[in-house]
Write a protein that binds this ligand. Structure first.
Ligand SMILES: C[S@@+](CC[C@H](N)C(=O)[O-])C[C@H]1O[C@@H](n2cnc3c(N)ncnc32)[C@H](O)[C@@H]1O
Length: 216
């Protein structure tokens, strides 16, 4: 188990930290939690503000392969894969990658060449046998469940991974970061300081790696 910054090559999201409070309403939270068109390809105040394939995950895919010493034929699952861009980049590098996401819209709008590798489903109950994958990753997804469901999702990641797993979730390390996070958060239901997450990992029997998404 280790803390690893696997997403270090990803461009930082552009956020105007001072104006979130004025843009976030219960309506925004309700719509974004539907993970539909508005969340991915609607106005920025509902989520991504437009999410198209641009190759940003390629260096991350290479870092994942290197860090976990994956070899051609290694099987990887991305839990909360959105439109499957990371799955595509891993497949293009020669790996057996698959994805699952709760959003029918995201899967419908995935690149055509990898759509057959993606499923609509919930992280809290993965439709795969025990030890199905060499690596199971879940990036910025399981914090969208409440604490009990989040624990189920962590246990599912643990169950389906044969060797390695990696989870990245929302967190903060001081009161200032917490306040910025709480101004911004739309979809996350369970979040906390690193030690709160580490307690949940331990409680869930998780033996994989992790990292934090911190808005600064
Ligand atoms: C912030 S996006 C992250 C997407 C991608 N992993 C990334 O890092 O860019 C959160 C994703 O989690 C998905 N999601 C939310 N709740 C989920 C659940 N219970 N099970 C599976 N996917 C879920 C959403 O549809 C969305 O694609």
């Amino acid at each position: 188990m280790a803390e690893i910054n696997l997403l270090k090559s990803l461009p930082k999201p552009k956020r105007n930290i001072s104006n979130r409070n004025t843009e976030k309403t219960d309506h925004h939270i309700k719509i974004s939690r539907q993970y539909g068109k508005e969340y991915f390809d609607g106005d920025r105040s509902f989520g991504y503000g437009g999410y198209k394939y641009d190759g940003r995950w390629v260096p991350v895919a290479k870092d994942i392969v290197k860090n976990y010493n994956l070899t051609k034929g290694s099987k990887i699952l991305d839990v909360g894969c959105a439109k499957g861009f990371l799955v595509k980049d891993l497949v293009d590098l020669g790996f057996e990658a698959y994805g699952i996401d709760i959003s029918q819209y995201a899967i419908d709008n995935a690149p055509k060449d990898i759509k057959n590798r993606l499923k609509v489903g919930n992280a809290k109950s993965l439709p795969y046998d025990d030890n199905s994958f060499d690596l199971v990753i879940s990036l910025n997804t399981i914090h969208n469940l409440d604490r009990d469901e989040c624990k189920m999702a962590i246990q599912e990641i643990q169950r389906t991974s044969k060797t390695s797993s990696f989870i990245q979730v929302d967190s903060y390390t001081n009161e200032n970061e917490k306040s910025i996070f709480e101004d911004w958060v739309l979809t996350a239901k369970f979040y906390g300081y690193p030690n709160e997450w580490l307690n949940l990992f331990k409680e869930s029997g998780y033996t994989g790696d992790w990292y934090w998404t911190i808005i600064k």
